[in-house]
Design a protein around this ligand. Structure first.
Ligand SMILES: [Zn+2]
Length: 378
C-alpha cells in the first residue's frame, strides 16, 4: 500500500515519513484510532515505505521488488499477527500463522479499511471472539531470530493488538523490552485502554485521528454519486470521520432494517384495521434470529430518537439521512413529547422479553399494536 492510497491523514503521513527519512523510526509504534480512520492502511503504507529500496520524495516507489511483494502482502520480511479463534476448518490450536492465507485474501477483498467483525465473518467464527494468544507471541520470537530474507528490515504488524491475552501480552512485552536490530513493530488498536500500561510505555504512541471533512465528502461522493450536496454534508457529520461507516449506510442489512422500520410504523398507524397484514409482517420478521431482531430493535430505538429530534429541533444536524422525503414529511411529526417515552419503554420491554426467550411472533405482533396506540397519543 502506498501513502497516496491512504485516505486523508496528510499531516500524519508527513510526520511518519519524515521520522523514517531521518532514520528515527522507533522499534515499536502503536497506531491508535478506529479502523475506519485508517489504522491498518497507515501500518501497511509505513511498512512498505520502510522496506522500499527506491523511495521517491513523497512515497514508496511501487516498482521495486520489495514494493511488488508488499503490494500482494507476500514479502517474506513482512509478518502479521491478528486475532483468531477456532473455526470449522481450524478446530484447535488457532494462531495467526494458520490463517495467513485467509488474512491476505481478506485484505485483498475488503481493502485496508476493514474491521474485526468483517474478519470474523470472513473466517466464520460463529460469534466467538478472537484473541492473539501465546502461540502467536512464540511465533514472533522464532520469526525474529531468523535472518531477514530479502529486505534489510523486518516488519511485524500486530493488528488489533488489544486482543492479546494475558500470557501473550507478557511475552510480547519482553520482546518489546529488548529491541531486535532492523526490526520494527507496528501495533494497531481501536481500544488503547485495553492494552496493558507496560506495553504502552514501550511503544511510541501515534494517534490516528478521524478523517477530515473534505476527505469524507470526497469519499461519500465517490461511494454514491447520486447524492445531493446537502445529503453528502449530512452524511459527513453522521459518519464522524470513519470511512467504514459510509458503507454501513448503504449495506444490505441497513437497507433491510430501514425498510422494516418504515413498514412496521406504517402498519402500526393502521393497527385497528390491519391485523392480518400485521400478522403476515410479524411472521416474516420473526424468522430472523433473536440477535438479528435485537439489533433491529436497537436500530428502531435510535430512529425513534432521531425522529423526535428532527421534529423538535429543526436546526439540529439532519438526523434522518437515508430516509426518503415521504417518510421525513410524514412520520417524525407522530413522535412527540406525549409518546416518545412510552414508545421507548415498549421497545425496551420487547428487548427484555426476547432475552427471556418469549415467543418472537407474539412479542413482535404485540409490539406493533402497542406502538399503534402510542402513535395515536401524539
Ligand atoms: Zn519500492
Amino acid at each position: 500500500m502506498l501513502f497516496s492510497q491512504v485516505k486523508g491523514q496528510k499531516n500524519l503521513i508527513v510526520k511518519i515519513k519524515s521520522i523514517i527519512d531521518n532514520n528515527h523510526f522507533p522499534h515499536a509504534v502503536l497506531l491508535s484510532g478506529n479502523d475506519g480512520y485508517g489504522n491498518l492502511a497507515i501500518a501497511l503504507a509505513t511498512a512498505q515505505y520502510i522496506s522500499c529500496t527506491s523511495r521517491t520524495d513523497t512515497d514508496s516507489c511501487s516498482q521495486c521488488p520489495s514494493c511488488h511483494k508488499y503490494g500482494k502482502l507476500v514479502h517474506p520480511d513482512l509478518h502479521f499477527i491478528f486475532p483468531t479463534t477456532t473455526t470449522k476448518k481450524i478446530d484447535k490450536n488457532n494462531e495467526s500463522s494458520l490463517f495467513i492465507k485467509e488474512f491476505r485474501q481478506f485484505i485483498s477483498e475488503h481493502g485496508a479499511y476493514c474491521n474485526l467483525n468483517q474478519w470474523y465473518n470472513f473466517i466464520g467464527t460463529e460469534n466467538k471472539q478472537g484473541i492473539i494468544n501465546v502461540k502467536d507471541a512464540d511465533n514472533i520470537i522464532s520469526t525474529l531470530t531468523m535472518k531477514t530474507y530479502e529486505s534489510e528490515f523486518k516488519v511485524m504488524i500486530i493488528w488489533n493488538a488489544d486482543k492479546m491475552n494475558h500470557e501473550a501480552s507478557d511475552k510480547i512485552l519482553k520482546i518489546l523490552e529488548e529491541p531486535y536490530p532492523n526490526t520494527f513493530f507496528i501495533l494497531t488498536t481501536e481500544h488503547k485502554d485495553r492494552i496493558i500500561p507496560t506495553i504502552l510505555s514501550r511503544v511510541q504512541q501515534i494517534t490516528v485521528p478521524p478523517l477530515d471533512n473534505q476527505t469524507m465528502y470526497k469519499e461519500i461522493k465517490n461511494y454514491n454519486p447520486s447524492l445531493t450536496d446537502e445529503q453528502i454534508s449530512s452524511l459527513v457529520v453522521l459518519c464522524e470521520g470513519n470511512y467504514n461507516r459510509i458503507g454501513e449506510y448503504y449495506s444490505d442489512e441497513e437497507m433491510q432494517m430501514r425498510n422494516d422500520f418504515i413498514e412496521m410504523n406504517r402498519l402500526a398507524m393502521m393497527y385497528r384495521k390491519n391485523a392480518k397484514e400485521i400478522w403476515d409482517f410479524t411472521d416474516t420478521l420473526s424468522k430472523s434470529s433473536r440477535e438479528e431482531i435485537k439489533k433491529f430493535l436497537s436500530y428502531f430505538l435510535s430512529k425513534i430518537e432521531k425522529c423526535y429530534l428532527f421534529n423538535n429541533v429543526p436546526s439540529s444536524i439532519h438526523p434522518l439521512v437515508g430516509m426518503d422525503d415521504k417518510f421525513k414529511n410524514n412520520y417524525p411529526r407522530f413522535i412527540t413529547s406525549s409518546n416518545v417515552e412510552g414508545i421507548c419503554k415498549i421497545i425496551d420491554q420487547v428487548q427484555k422479553s426476547i432475552d427471556r426467550n418469549a415467543n418472537l411472533k407474539i412479542t413482535v405482533f404485540d409490539m406493533i399494536i402497542k406502538l399503534g396506540k402510542q402513535l395515536e397519543k401524539r
